[in-house]
Design a protein around this ligand. Sequence first.
Ligand code: PLP
Length: 276
Amino acid sequence: MFAFVNGEVLDQREATISVFDHGLVTGDGVFETIAVYQGRPFALKRHLDRLSRSAKGLLLSPPDLDTVREATLSVVSKSDLRDGKVRITYTAGSSSLSSDRVDTKGTLVIACEPCSFGNGSKASVSVVPWKRNEHGALSGLKTTSYAENVLALSYAKERNAQEALFSNIANRLCEGTGSNVFVVWDDTVVTPPLSDGPLAGITRELVLEKIGGAEREIPMEVFSSSMISEVFLTSTIREVQAVVQIDGKPVGNGEIGPLTREFAKAFEELKQASSD
Ligand code: PLP
């Protein structure tokens, strides 16, 4: 496998960045994870646009997107990656060991690896007891500061769940540590609005645009009640994945529900039809 580091494509094992890089020192950076199907990155333009939005949100000047696109394609093809993921990381660059940004030139790293995807599979989730701040400065930005998500995922794993869900300060459903969440409420597929703090997931966006579902605020009292008949997660890697258990309790009859099945099937078709 090959990686791109600041203008050079080289063997991943030989790729290095500075110990002063602020992606490492302060977690100051943004990233994207993009699915690669049959050697082609999926929804690349949408991911590049979000990378640029996240960088601007962190007051970093975004990298040149044509360069990032070319470098991404080059890493995937040189690595001969068929099915997997490619990750683009853009950090605040190399400064010092303090928090101040000195360098204004960012570090661009692109790496890839094979992986399997979750479309149509099942997961259990656990709701973490702490809150996402929907008004926080980083809310909605895909930054490299993922420690809270990693901690929440460990919390879920300790409870035999494969994903953790966050509620927000208003005590409404927000998102997972690496996924958006959809529920079937009143026989309708709905997902929290961006104003409730979730990341604007590319899979969420594609589902809403091309398959169905609407935005609706989902109070946690509703989420934990029998008013919810199905739940599914969306993400680049999970795709459309059914949630069959929340904190040990089955959702509906504990099997994949009919609407979730329909959405997963439609997503599979979307992947096949993609020309991006
Ligand atoms: N929410 C968070 C916090 C994420 O990290 C991710 C993806 O990693 C998502 C949602 C889903 O976004 P996407 O569909 O673009 O992968």
